[in-house]
Design a binder for this molecule. Structure first.
Ligand code: PXP
Length: 257
């Protein structure tokens, strides 16, 4: 069901994939992403996000198993829309499943899922996940046609890709990044008007989080790479607390504006 209060609490989902990236660089058990998830929990995260990629480059099947056992926070399980991943999700029944596009050669999830061209396939793909009790989220570009298609196939949540906004900001192209920010704002409002719960993720940092956190229709941000990077300098707990407080600050300012 859609949220009625547009200024409800903004949830922070901490993506722990890159703890696993560092672990896998040496092939052992350290550092353990489950330990990171536990720290995230005490530092103010509202959920944990983990992406089990087809090539298992970071999170492993065993990590998902252990997260399901150890977590008290809800798990947002990111995956490609493949039969293998569907079977894994149906076995574990995580709180949420976020469908993302996946290309083997990409460094990270570069774009949103193409829902419009795959409507039939995706509608059939998500039906059993929903029946199993998972909230289904679709990671898409901030694009009206994709949002409408996500709504038509029965998704409850859309996560809008913030990569273009964040990358342009990092490159110092502020006029273009502001245009992308406005697109995110307008498409968040549009998705919310259809009854979809709106999340935003990818590439968010301390510098880019506040304007997005201020959008009243956005209910969750999923943030990973930057936080794990900051953890090298600050420690994971303070890095997450700082992000949490920037989000809360933006939300409060937006509520009084
Ligand atoms: N949301 C989704 C759907 C993603 O695929 C990712 C990256 O895996 C993130 C959020 C987090 O992005 P970042 O690691 O850049 O913060």
């Amino acid at each position: 069901m859609a949220l009625t209060s547009p200024l409800g609490k903004l949830r922070l989902g901490v993506n722990i994939d890159h703890v696993a990236t560092v672990r896998n660089a040496r092939g052992g058990d350290y550092p353990d992403p489950i330990r990171a998830a536990k720290i995230a929990e005490t530092a103010g995260a509202d959920g944990i996000t983990a992406h089990l990629r087809e090539d298992r480059r970071h999170i492993s099947d065993d990590d998902i198993e252990r997260l399901m056992d150890a977590l008290t926070l809800p798990l947002n399980f990111e995956m490609a829309a493949t039969p293998e991943m569907q079977a894994i999700a149906l076995r574990h029944r995580p709180h949420a499943v976020c469908l993302v596009p996946e290309k083997r050669e990409e460094r990270t999830t570069e774009g949103g899922l193409e829902v419009r061209r795959e409507e039939n396939h995706l509608a059939h793909f998500i039906a059993p996940l929903r029946e199993a009790g998972c909230r289904v989220s679709i990671f898409i570009a901030a694009d009206r046609a994709q949002i409408e298609a996500a709504h038509r196939i029965g998704a409850e949540v859309v996560e809008l890709h913030a990569g273009a906004y964040c990358d342009l900001h990092a490159e110092g192209k502020f006029a273009q990044s502001t245009a992308e920010l406005h697109r995110l704002r307008d498409m968040s409002a549009f998705a919310h008007s259809l009854g979809l719960e709106v999340h935003v993720g990818h590439g968010l940092t301390y510098d880019t989080v506040k304007p997005v956190a201020a959008f009243p229709e956005v209910m969750e941000l999923n943030i990973g790479h930057f936080l794990i990077g900051e953890a090298i300098f600050l420690g994971l707990d303070p890095a997450i607390r700082e992000m949490r407080s920037l989000m809360d600050e933006a939300r409060t300012q937006s509520a009084v504006a």
